[in-house]
Design a protein around this ligand. Structure first.
Ligand code: HAM
Length: 426
């Protein structure tokens, strides 16, 4: 039979890799809790309209990368390409503003974008996403960036660069867009067909173009910072000053516009020196008009998402935690197997990691399996031991062996194992 393989761009997270994922998620939960964030879990599928309206009809994500299908009742559904839109939908739908004027939420999970797979770019990837609703003060922008910086630092990412920019607001951005279009008109024949189209549909998207020639043209384009209105300028100056107070090393990148249409004012990205071309580990920004644009109240918002695959790939390889078993029950013979079956499962119920073998294999092969499982102890239990009412317990490290009477065997084993774990953990 032909093998059925993974979907291109999708990836299994294998048991050896899971501890590193759990570690990152647990650091995130600790750090985010200190900053007052609470977890929300939203579905991985939403109505297509939600992403079209929030991310923008003419962005690469919506135009080319969404996994969209028509459901049996004719409704268009999409596997989420990001979490912000879903978190806002839930915020509106559950009327969270009525509970608290400021909501701080985070979520962790898979996202789906049908991009060309390459190192650091997958079609299913995972994000750790944090959002704050209802606080437009520049302190909040700085605090959110500080939280991201602090989390990445605690996760072990040392070679990181934080870049920030301001994308203006609905008062000043149109003037900037006009200036970009005017500049591009003079050079349009040199632009790639995509950028020629973007120039008319969504001029800011030309800043994301990866075509080399477009890059050199766009490098000379007008820059948003020169077009900010007074209020956006003051906001950006304050954000930078609060970031300096918090000692977050960052640089202004006036060319950074981010690939999603919803951003206003502060935008930021964190890049890792340890990655190749796909070096953005995290990105985010403010999106002040988006909640109302999605049918909610006039509430401001800011947030970010960390790409977990990229974060893990940037970290120094941690020593892999070895799979550990407390005890292996080597049962030999029918009666011993019956006792071993109950004993193994009762030990597990008591919180001990226990394994056994139901195949009635030879002692040699069972001892081999105990070694493979990295077991601290092996209990040797044959029909002969059952007749003599005692079993042999072998310490797999020291190779010491002791006879244990079958009376209260379970309690004795628990006490020996817990004692030895205490010694091991110091
Ligand atoms: P984004 O910049 O599109 O922003 O994605 C955030 C991060 O997700 C990226 O920096 C990257 O690490 C990771 N990422 C994106 N695409 C892929 C991929 N194909 N393969 C692997 N990793 C990927 C957002 O998604 C916004 N929702 C962030 C945000 C939250 N803004 C405000 N709140």
């Amino acid at each position: 039979m032909k093998k059925i393989t993974l979907i291109k761009g999708f990836k299994d997270i294998l048991p050896d890799d899971s501890p590193a994922w759990r570690r990152i998620e647990s650091i995130a939960r600790d750090v985010f809790a200190c900053f007052g964030f609470r977890e929300i879990r939203v579905p991985i599928m939403e109505k297509t309209e939600l992403f079209k309206r929030s991310i923008g009809e003419t962005t690469d994500i919506v135009e080319k990368e969404m996994y969209t299908f028509r459901d049996r009742d004719d409704e268009l559904l999409t596997l989420r390409p990001e979490a912000t839109a879903s978190v806002i939908r839930a915020y509106i739908e559950h009327n969270m503003l009525s509970e608290n004027p400021i909501a701080k939420l985070y979520t962790i999970g898979p996202m789906f974008r049908r991009e060309r797979p390459q190192k650091g770019r997958f079609r299913q990837f995972h994000q750790l996403d944090a959002e704050v609703f209802g606080d437009e003060q520049p302190q909040t922008d700085a605090e959110v960036i500080f939280m991201l910086f602090h989390f990445l630092h605690r996760a072990g990412l040392t070679q990181l660069a934080v870049e920030i920019n301001s994308l203006g607001c609905k008062a000043c951005r149109p003037k900037f867009s006009e200036a970009v279009v005017a500049y591009l008109k003079d050079v349009q024949n040199a632009l790639c067909p995509d950028c020629q189209r973007r120039m008319n549909t969504n001029p800011l998207r030309v800043f994301d173009c990866k075509v080399e020639n477009c890059g050199s043209i766009i490098a000379k384009a007008p820059q948003i910072l020169a077009y900010l209105c007074g209020s956006c300028q003051n906001h950006f100056t304050a954000v930078k000053s609060y970031l300096a107070d918090l000692k977050v090393p960052c640089s202004v990148n006036p060319m950074m516009v981010r690939g999603l249409d919803y951003y206003t004012r502060t935008a930021f990205e964190v890049k890792s020196g340890a990655l190749g071309a796909q070096n953005a580990v995290a990105g985010g920004g403010r999106y002040d008009g988006l909640v109302s644009f999605l049918g909610g109240p006039e509430v401001t918002g800011i947030g970010f998402a960390v790409g977990l695959e990229r974060l893990l790939a940037s970290l120094p390889q941690a020593e892999q935690a070895k799979y550990q078993t407390d005890i292996f029950i080597a049962a030999l013979g029918d009666r011993a197997q019956k006792t071993g079956f109950s004993l193994t499962n009762e030990l597990r119920r008591a919180g001990i990691s226990a394994e056994t073998d139901y195949g009635n294999k030879s002692l040699k092969s069972q001892m081999k399996r105990a070694d493979k499982l990295n077991s601290s102890f092996t209990l040797i239990l044959g029909d002969k031991e059952i007749d003599e009412k005692q079993a042999q317990l072998r310490n797999m490290k020291t190779k010491d062996q002791q006879a244990l009477s079958l009376d209260n065997l379970q309690e004795k084993l628990i006490s020996i194992i817990l004692n030895s774990n205490e010694c091991r953990d110091g």
